[in-house]
Design a binder for this molecule. Structure first.
Ligand code: EPZ
Length: 423
C-alpha cells in the first residue's frame, strides 16, 4: 500500500539478481493440485499475487507451506473445487484453476476474475477450449460453473494467441482420455516452464513453445520438485531502467534468449548490451536516444508488459516515437501520468505517439497497473526533482523487493503510507 517517493536524476550502477517468473509460478501453482503427491516449488517470487494463489490452494484443502524460496504443496486434502470468492477476486490468474480442478475433480466453480486496468480480459478462449474437451460451462451471477463426466482429448484452435487459455487447456488435457492438440498456441517461455513441470509429473506434453502443442492424456500425475525460470519481464524492466538512467547495470540470473526482443530494441537505441551465459550488462549512453517505433506482439515479439517501461525511456528521446499496443485494448493509462511529468504523448486507439522532450520533471502520479507502476519508477529516476507514485500496491503485486533492488543500484526510493482512501 502507499506511496513510492523517487528521487530524480539518478544513474543506476551495480548489479541486480532477478527473481523467479511471476507469470510462470501463477500457472505452476494450480497445476500442483493435479498431482497425487507433494510438489516442491523453488525460486517462486515472494509477491502478493503468488501469495494469494497459495492461499487459494490452502482454501481448497491442500496443505501449503510457504518458505523463503518457494512452496511445498500437498493436494491430497483437496475436497472443495470452489475457491473462496474474496480470494479469487484478488488475482486474475485464479482463472488458471479451472483446467486443473476440472481434470482432477470433474467440476470447478470460479468467480469471474475482475477485469483490470488494461482491458476487459475475457475468458472466451479458455471456455472454448475446455468445452471442446467435454466440459459443460455456464456463467451465472459472475461465476464460471464447469463440470464434466470426464474430459476427452480434442483438436482445439485458439482464435486468439492467449497465454492463459493455452495454459488452462494444456493442464486440463493432461488427464483427459486421448490426445489434444492446441493450435495457434501462445509460445511464451512461461508456458514451456509449465509444460516442463507437467512432463516431470508424468504428463505427455510435446511442442510447448511452438504454436502447436500436443498432449496425450495419462492416468495420473505425481508430485515433483520444480524450479521456476527467471522473470524475463523483471529483467527487462531493470535493463530499460539502466538505459533510461544512463547507468551501468549487470542483471544476473536471467535466460538471455528470453530477452531477445528487449536486447534488440535497446541496441537499436544505441544502448550497449553485453550478453553473458546467465547475465546481461546494460550501459546507457550520454547523448539522447533516437526515437524508436515499437510494436507489442505475442512472444517472441516485444512483450506488452514492457511497453510502458519503454515508453518512459522514449519520453526524452530525440524525435517522435510510435508505439503500437497490439495485445491489450487499454494499456496506455500510464500516458496521462507521464504527461503530468511533462512528457508529450498523444494516444490514438492502440497507438501512442511520443514526441521526445528535453527532460521530464517529478510530479504526483498514480500507478494504474503493475507494469505502469514500474514505468513510473523509471520515469521518476529520470526526472528532475522528486516523484510521488500513488498505488504502490500494484507494484508490490508483481515485483519482489523492488525498492531494495532499485536502491541497491543507487536509487533513492522510500515509501510512505497514503492518506487517500483505498490506497
Ligand atoms: C498473461 O495474461 C500475463 N499474465 C500478462 O501479464 C501478459 O501481459 C499477457 O499474458 C500477454 O503476454 C499471466 O501470465 C498471469 P492473454 P493473460 O490471455 O493470459 C485477449 C503482467 O503484467 N483474450 O495472452 O491474461 C486478452 O483480452 C500481466 O504480468 C481474449 O480475448 O493474457 C488480451 O487482449 C499483465 N479471450 C489478449 O487476448 C481470452 O479467452 C492476450 O491475453 C483470453 C485472452
Amino acid at each position: 500500500m502507499g506511496i513510492f517517493l523517487v528521487k530524480g536524476e539518478t544513474r543506476l550502477k551495480g548489479q541486480v539478481t532477478i527473481s523467479g517468473a511471476k507469470n510462470a509460478v501463477l500457472a505452476v501453482l494450480p497445476a500442483t493440485l493435479m498431482a497425487d503427491g507433494e510438489t516442491i516449488i523453488e525460486n517462486a517470487p515472494s509477491i502478493d499475487d503468488v501469495r494469494v494463489m497459495g492461499q487459494i490452494l490452502a482454501a481448497l484443502g491442500a496443505e501449503v507451506k510457504e518458505n523463503t524460496s518457494g512452496f511445498r504443496i500437498n493436494p491430497r486434502g483437496i475436497r472443495n473445487p470452489s475457491p473462496p470468492f474474496e480470494l479469487v477476486k484478488k488475482v486474475r490468474a485464479s482463472s488458471l484453476f479451472l483446467g486443473p480442478l476440472l481434470s482432477r475433480f470433474g467440476r470447478a466453480e470460479i468467480a469471474m476474475p475482475g477485469g483490470c486496468d488494461i482491458g476487459p480480459r475475457p475468458l472466451d478462449q479458455h471456455i472454448k477450449g475446455l468445452h471442446a474437451l467435454g466440459a459443460e460451462i455456464k456463467i451465472e451471477e459472475g461465476f464460471i460453473k464447469a463440470q464434466t463426466k470426464g474430459l476427452v482429448g480434442a483438436p482445439i484452435y485458439l482464435d486468439i494467441t492467449s497465454v492463459g487459455a493455452t495454459e488452462n487447456i494444456m493442464m486440463a488435457a493432461c488427464l483427459a482420455k486421448g490426445t489434444t492438440t492446441i493450435e495457434n498456441a501462445a509460445k511464451e517461455p512461461e508456458i514451456i516452464d509449465v509444460a516442463n513441470l507437467l512432463n516431470a509429473m508424468g504428463a505427455d506434453v510435446k511442442g510447448a513453445g511452438t504454436d502447436v502443442i500436443r498432449i496425450r492424456g495419462v492416468k495420473s500425475l505425481r508430485g515433483v520438485n520444480h524450479t521456476i525460470i527467471p522473470d524475463r519481464i523483471e529483467a527487462g524492466t531493470f535493463m530499460i531502467a539502466a538505459a533510461a538512467t544512463r547507468g551501468e547495470v549487470i542483471i544476473r540470473d536471467v535466460i538471455p534468449e528470453h530477452l531477445e526482443p528487449v536486447i534488440a530494441k535497446l541496441r537499436e537505441a544505441g544502448v550497449q548490451v553485453e550478453v553473458g551465459d546467465d547475465s546481461i550488462r546494460v550501459t546507457g549512453r550520454e547523448e539522447p536516444y533516437p526515437a524508436l517505433d515499437l510494436k507489442t506482439l505475442p512472444y517472441p515479439g516485444f512483450p506488452t508488459d514492457l511497453q510502458s517501461p519503454m515508453t518512459a525511456l522514449l519520453t526524452t528521446a530525440q524525435g517522435t516515437s510510435i508505439i503500437k499496443e497490439n495485445i491489450f485494448e487499454n494499456r496506455f493509462r500510464h500516458v496521462s501520468q507521464f504527461e503530468r511529468m511533462g512528457a508529450k504523448i498523444k494516444v490514438e486507439g492502440r497507438t501512442a505517439v511520443v514526441e521526445g522532450v528535453e527532460q521530464i520533471s517529478g510530479a504526483q502520479v498514480k500507478a494504474t497497473d503493475l507494469r505502469a507502476g514500474a514505468a513510473l519508477i523509471i520515469a521518476g529516476l529520470m526526472a528532475r526533482g522528486e516523484t510521488r507514485i500513488h498505488g504502490a500496491q500494484h507494484i508490490d503485486r508483481g515485483y519482489e523487493h523492488i525498492t531494495a533492488k532499485f536502491n541497491s543500484l543507487g536509487a533513492q526510493i522510500t515509501r510512505e503510507p497514503s492518506n487517500l482512501p483505498g490506497e
